[in-house]
Design a protein around this ligand. Structure first.
Ligand SMILES: Cc1ncc(COP(=O)(O)O)c(C=O)c1O
Length: 361
């Protein structure tokens, strides 16, 4: 059995540290706010290389809070890549703005296009691959657009040596349990180098307050809690080692599958991919998924329906039928990857894929 994700195996590797950290939170009853949250925020900001980190309830809220704090005009349009999890576009609508879908390139990162009324861009470092940040920051500067980086899948990824989460006005992270850095429940964070924006986002996430009952505006309740901060603080020092292990699995796949008919993920020499997902394409996707499953090899699909084709966007009149994202969603397949896998597990996956195709290209 080769699992797609094995959170219990990860826990067993850090069990004594984790049990002590969780027991510490319970002993102090420090469930909301407190020193553990502050410490994790400071450590995560330092890890990313950003001035501020604001812990929030999840990665979706992170995007919504960042968008609402930017001070965009009411009827603003926001560019969102057509291949992402719905959270990216949902946050735009819930923040009161209009989604404009952008196609993606063949490395699944956003393809920029200016349009009337556009005021912001959300670039998603999808699957753990940094977007082309030189291109995106130049485009945003040229058209006076705000930029949010959705780093939900890209903790620790780098573009030209600099971590993602430091390029936009704000950057958002998810600590959903299955992410490369995952909590034991929901969690999220926003990083920024802008002092005033950091303050506003922190207030927005905590009822618009500065003090206990001093509310300057109506915000919401979206906080990273003490237990999640303690869990994340145990995991953060292990993250680099876990990313290395993901990278080793990716290297096996890239090497071993090079001569198969699969379309492999693109790698760029100036970027550090953190391989949250290893996504291949084939027009025999469903057959291959079934074949691997019959040998106990779990796979995933990210994402089976491109965002513009979801029922949730049936109101959207934008013609996206020719988008690469909309044409290729039925070909995407995510192979198992993670620190729980050994290189021999990856070799077995490759062997079965080669067996499936029978012959080389
Ligand atoms: C690209 C992307 N953006 C946003 C999110 C939302 O994060 P969360 O599930 O923590 O709300 C996720 C993950 O679920 C994601 O993969």
């Amino acid at each position: 059995m080769i699992k797609f994700l094995d959170l219990h195996a990860q826990y067993l590797g850090i069990k004594s540290e984790m049990d002590a950290a969780i027991a510490g939170v319970i002993a102090d009853s420090a469930y909301i706010g407190g020193e553990r949250v502050k410490k994790f925020e400071a450590d995560f900001a330092a890890y990313i290389g950003a001035k501020h980190c604001v812990g929030v309830g999840n990665g979706t809220d992170a995007i919504e809070i960042a968008l609402k704090s930017l001070g965009l005009p009411q009827d603003s349009k926001v560019l969102v890549p057509a291949n992402s999890f719905i959270a990216t576009s949902e946050a735009v609508t819930n923040a009161g703005f209009e989604v404009v879908f952008a196609d993606v390139k063949d490395d699944y990162t956003i393809k920029l296009e200016m349009s009337e009324g556009l005021k912001a861009v959300i670039c998603v470092h999808l699957y753990g691959l940094p977007c082309d940040m030189d291109e995106i920051t130049a485009f945003c500067a040229k058209h006076s657009l705000a930029l949010i980086e959705d780093c939900a899948q890209a903790h620790g990824a780098k573009y030209k040596g600099r971590k993602v989460g430091t390029f936009g006005d704000a950057a958002t992270f998810s600590f959903y349990p299955g992410k490369n850095l995952g909590a034991y429940g929901d969690g999220g964070a926003i990083t920024t180098n802008d002092d005033a924006l950091a303050k506003k986002m922190r207030m927005m996430a905590n009822h618009g307050r500065t003090g206990k009952y001093n509310h300057e505006f109506e915000g919401r309740n979206s906080r990273l809690d003490g237990l999640q901060a303690a869990v994340l603080s145990v995991k953060l020092p292990h993250l680099e080692e876990w990313l290395e292990r993901r990278n080793n699995i990716a290297s096996v796949y890239l090497h071993q599958l090079a001569d198969t008919p699969l379309i492999l993920p693109k790698v760029h020499s100036d970027r550090r991919h953190v391989w949250h997902l290893f996504v291949v394409r084939t027009d025999r996707r469903d057959e291959l998924k079934e074949f691997l499953s019959s040998y106990g090899i779990e796979t995933g699909i990210h994402y089976p329906i491109a965002l513009p084709k979801l029922a949730a966007y049936s109101y959207n009149t934008q013609d996206t039928s020719e988008f690469f994202a909309c044409r290729t969603d039925k070909e995407l397949l995510s192979l198992p990857i993670g620190e729980h896998l050994s290189e021999s597990d990856a070799m077995l996956v490759c062997e079965k894929i080669k067996q499936f195709f029978g012959a080389t290209k």
